[in-house]
Design a protein. Sequence first.
Length: 191
Amino acid sequence: MPLTLDSGKIYLFEEFRLEPEKRVLIRNDGEQIRLANRPFQILLYLIENRDRLVKRDELLEKFWDGRDVYDTALTKAVGAIRRGLEENPENPRFIETRWTEGYRFIGKIEEQPASPPSFVEIEKTREVRLVIEDSNENGEPLREKTIPARTTKQLNPNPRFRLKTAAAAVGLILVIILSAFVFLRPQQKAP
């Protein structure tokens, strides 16, 4: 049975950020790490159960619904996670393997609530500043980012709205032309 990805948390570990609700794993430099669905869910499960060793049988039962699969399916999924995290299995930073037993997430994790930005402020410099609601002891925002306004979707009208507006304008022009044709054409006299 697949995990529900609505944990309400964001997990930070070394140079990585895992956002379960958005189903993304991002490096600090902004690069998104592509993980297939099952490896992503297994990584999340290992992180959420990092206080214990997760048995191989438990992972096979949870993510392959008890179907007859070989252990190599799980080994390949964990390998995909390790490739994404650029981890050497001989010297693991994140996933410890206990042969024939299971896996344990051993990286240091910092949890943050997955909350939406509290407000978006558009400054005269044509930049957008996102401020996250939570703050530290000094009352300063935990995360703040300024980006050029032209890269934000908030400042551009909805494409459907633009399409509907253009269609309405074309329709209005056609009505005006048709009306002009009907009223301005020469009247024929009846015999």
